[in-house]
Design a protein around this ligand. Structure first.
Ligand code: 173
Length: 323
């Protein structure tokens, strides 16, 4: 009997040693794809975030960066997150308007993401993203950043008649309202389009053009800028629901901390503006009243488009996103 009891105790101990520790069994690895290339500042910042998260999330949550536009075409990332082909997307709303028109409204926020968390804007975004895109809106990772029109030919006034400009949904209605002909391309196709003279310019944020070498083909930047460039982390809703409460809590804290670092862009944008000047890119500016009309027009046409496509959520977004 005694020998049997010892044998049982030993074999039980062995079984326990062999069995996985419960916390380890729960570790989940989330696959991330980016609509932007690995050498962009978006992915460089994300990389720092991922390293910190992976260090602090051992046995709990880990991120695995699958790749950028070479791994998946940038305009397909939203759908891949919606369907769960990947777990998390580093992308922008303009790249998944094929899922819902509301996605493009994130460029119209005049309050920083941290304030939208306080005024209900973030909750509204999540309600819409859950319902229409099967996504959780985790965090905004680019803020405080205007878009601009970059040109190879000068204009004397805010009139783009006769120009063919590269766009995404961000700029479509506005550039067309200013008389431009537009052609949509992924960022990866802009250089060749400029080189071949297929386009006379493009829309893009104040930062980032050097990452693509577009400065080589760019002569002018139109001032003022308009809207607020948005890049965010979005997650498949089912995957989110499948996490434990502790994992959701951990991930939420991590992304909120990441979002709280968006002041980064203020200095980065100043540096990039100086770098454009040093590269010989000339600023085209208007008198104060014309400049004001230019930005007012940008918001007017964009909100008109959003509200037409989304008559219920559009006005709610406008109320919470505007100053
Ligand atoms: O111009 C674009 O490709 C675009 O829509 C965008 C949006 C956010 C950040 C950078 C680019």
């Amino acid at each position: 009997m005694k020998r049997y009891a010892i044998a049982l105790a030993v074999s039980t101990a062995l079984c326990l040693a062999a069995a996985p520790v419960p916390a380890m069994a729960q570790e989940v690895t989330l696959r991330v794809v980016s609509s932007f290339a690995e050498n962009t500042q978006y992915v460089r910042n994300f990389d720092g975030f991922m390293k910190k998260l992976n260090a602090e999330g051992k046995g709990n949550v880990q991120l695995n960066f699958v790749g950028g536009p070479k791994a998946m075409p940038p305009f397909e990332v939203g759908n891949a997150v919606r369907t769960g082909v990947v777990d998390i997307g580093l992308t922008t709303g303009a790249f998944y308007t094929n899922i819902m028109p509301e996605a493009d409204a994130l460029k119209l926020t005049q309050l920083p993401a941290t304030e939208l968390r306080r005024n209900g804007g973030h909750d509204l975004i999540n309600r819409i993203w859950n319902e229409k895109a099967n996504m959780v809106y985790l965090a905004r990772i680019v803020d405080y950043t205007p878009f601009h029109a970059y040109l190879t030919k000068p204009v004397a006034k805010p009139d783009f008649t006769g120009l063919k400009l590269r766009i995404t949904p961000v700029y479509r209605d506005f550039f067309q309202a200013l008389g431009a002909t537009v052609v949509q391309t992924a960022p990866g196709e802009v250089y060749t389009a400029l080189e071949r003279g297929v386009v006379d310019g493009y829309g893009w944020p104040i930062h980032g053009i050097f990452d693509f070498n577009w400065h080589e083909k760019t002569r002018h930047r139109v001032e003022p800028g308009f809207y607020n460039a948005e890049v965010s982390l979005v997650m498949n809703l089912d995957k989110w629901k499948g996490l434990t409460a502790a994992q959701r809590d951990f991930l939420s804290r991590q992304v909120v901390a990441f979002e709280a670092q968006n002041d980064f862009w203020k200095k980065y944008n100043e540096d990039e503006t100086r770098r454009q000047q040093a590269a010989g890119i000339q600023v085209i500016s208007f008198d104060a009243a014309t400049a004001r009309q230019f930005t007012d027009r940008a918001y007017e046409v964009a909100w008109a488009g959003i509200i037409k496509a989304s008559p219920v959520y559009g006005p709610q977004m406008r109320k919470l996103f505007s100053r």
